[in-house]
Ligand binder design. Structure first.
Ligand code: BV8
Ligand code: ZN
Length: 257
């Protein structure tokens, strides 16, 4: 990727001191982690993810939902951070006040070198009791992903089923994470939104907070999204290619360092 858009985005990044990097499933697509829209294979492909990712689905069929999440966790463990994740870490290394805010439940930002992303929708690696919230140990890894339903483990404290540590539709986001995200977006001098369709709320409002307060918003996405209108620059391409090019455009001197 070259051209005036990249040069302009590079200029905005080089001028920033406290950027926000806001990411969605597209950030991990090139690592082989399916985006939310196409996150279902096998038994689960006949279910709408927004249906599966709900407390009601877990109550109705805990083994179906637990199996789905264990399959996703299995996949993420076998995935590697991509050049996009590493570029985000490079931005943070260059600008220590960078705040990474993610909707993703994978751990690829951390494995890509980014420090403490703000997790709006939880993590696949933080199971807890569905009744008493007692943290539960991660089940051992298995050579093969679960082929179908898988009974969730029982809570060590109250024996209720253990659930994935993610935020389901209809559930409130973790207050501290949402507050940190809104605060970072309100004080940022650039917001980079990467690989999100910006359809799920309240997360989708984070880039709008930055735009409303006058910070330039730069979008990285191969296709148009509802955020296009508020963006100073739209970089149409995959994160794993565009983000390294953006870092090179911002800090040409760093190439090869
Ligand atoms: C709540 C964890 C209330 C689980 C997730 C306002 C308006 C309308 C609706 C609502 C509203 N407020 C609330 C709602 C309801 C609902 C909602 O937003 N529904 C939507 C569907 C309309 N929101 C909720 O239910 C939220 N909770 O409101 O609670 C409440 C309040 C107080 C007290 C009690 C209750 C909770 C929402 C969180 C749900 N959990 N994830 C799990 O992962 O299983 S959401 C999940 O879906 C993800 O985390 C993410 O947020 C979303 C998927 O979006 P993306 O990440 O953007 O992925 P997607 O596949 O859509 O798009 C990928 C993009 O990447 C595409 O644009 C593609 O072009 C691009 N791409 C592809 N490849 C690449 C790429 N980009 C770059 N590079 C590439 N290589
Ligand atoms: Zn319990």
């Amino acid at each position: 990727m070259t051209g005036p858009e990249l040069a302009e985005a590079g200029r905005l990044l080089a001028a920033a001191t406290r950027p926000v990097v806001f990411t969605g499933a597209g950030m991990s697509a090139e690592s082989g982690v399916p985006t939310f829209r196409d996150a279902r294979t096998g038994l689960w492909q006949r279910y709408d993810p927004a249906e599966l990712a709900t407390p009601a689905a877990f109550r109705a069929d805990p083994a179906l939902v637990w199996g789905w999440y264990e399959g996703r966790r299995h996949g993420v463990r076998r995935a590697e951070p991509n050049a996009g994740h590493r570029a985000v870490a490079a931005i943070q290394a260059r600008l220590p006040e960078t705040v990474v805010i993610t909707q993703n439940v994978d751990d690829l930002h951390e494995r890509g070198g980014a420090a403490a992303p703000v997790r709006l929708h939880g993590s696949l690696f933080a199971p807890r009791c569905a009744a008493c919230d007692h943290p539960a140990p991660l089940p051992d890894d298995t050579p093969e992903p679960p082929a179908g339903r898988l009974d969730p483990p029982a809570c060590a404290r109250c024996a209720a089923p253990v659930r994935p540590g993610v935020v389901w539709f209809g559930e409130a986001l973790p207050e501290a994470a949402l507050a940190a995200a809104v605060e970072a977006a309100a004080r940022c001098d650039l917001l980079l939104t990467v690989g999100t369709s910006a359809l799920v709320h309240p997360a989708a409002e984070v880039p709008l907070v930055a735009a409303r307060l006058g910070a330039p918003v730069v979008q990285v996405n191969p296709v148009e999204t509802p955020l296009d209108a508020v963006c100073a620059v739209n970089l149409r391409g995959p994160a794993g290619e565009v983000l390294p090019a953006l870092v090179r455009a911002a800090w040409p001197g760093d190439v090869g360092r």
